[in-house]
Design a protein around this ligand. Structure first.
Ligand SMILES: [Zn+2]
Ligand SMILES: [Zn+2]
Length: 104
């Protein structure tokens, strides 16, 4: 990818010289500089044309993920981390009197 002669504003998408304003973002893991570091994430930005699918954007992507990439949009080239699973719903029992109470 060539360096544009005049730097694009930071708020522009920039993919393939795209000058559309950035409107979406998702998170990508940053490979830690040393194994002791906590895994960090960085924000990745894109415009409406180069946004990945919303369900993908809700995941954290691998450090090697190249999205937004014209070859893969609206997908990407990594397998995103699974979403954290929500805590299990509280088990309830309904009493004969109509009350719903916790089963534990
Ligand atoms: Zn764009
Ligand atoms: Zn990805």
């Amino acid at each position: 990818m060539s360096v544009p002669s005049s730097p694009a504003p930071a708020a522009a998408c920039g993919l393939g010289g795209c000058t559309n304003p950035v409107v979406v973002q998702w998170q990508r893991r940053v490979a830690p500089a040393d194994p002791e570091s906590l895994p960090a994430v960085q924000a990745v930005f894109a415009c409406t044309q180069h946004a990945m699918a919303l369900d993908l954007a809700s995941h954290v992507h691998a450090p090697a993920c190249t999205a937004p990439d014209l070859a893969h949009l609206p997908g990407c080239n990594c397998t995103p981390e699974p979403l954290p699973t929500p805590p299990p719903a509280v088990q309830t029992v309904t009493l004969s009197t109509g009350w719903t109470v916790s089963a534990s």
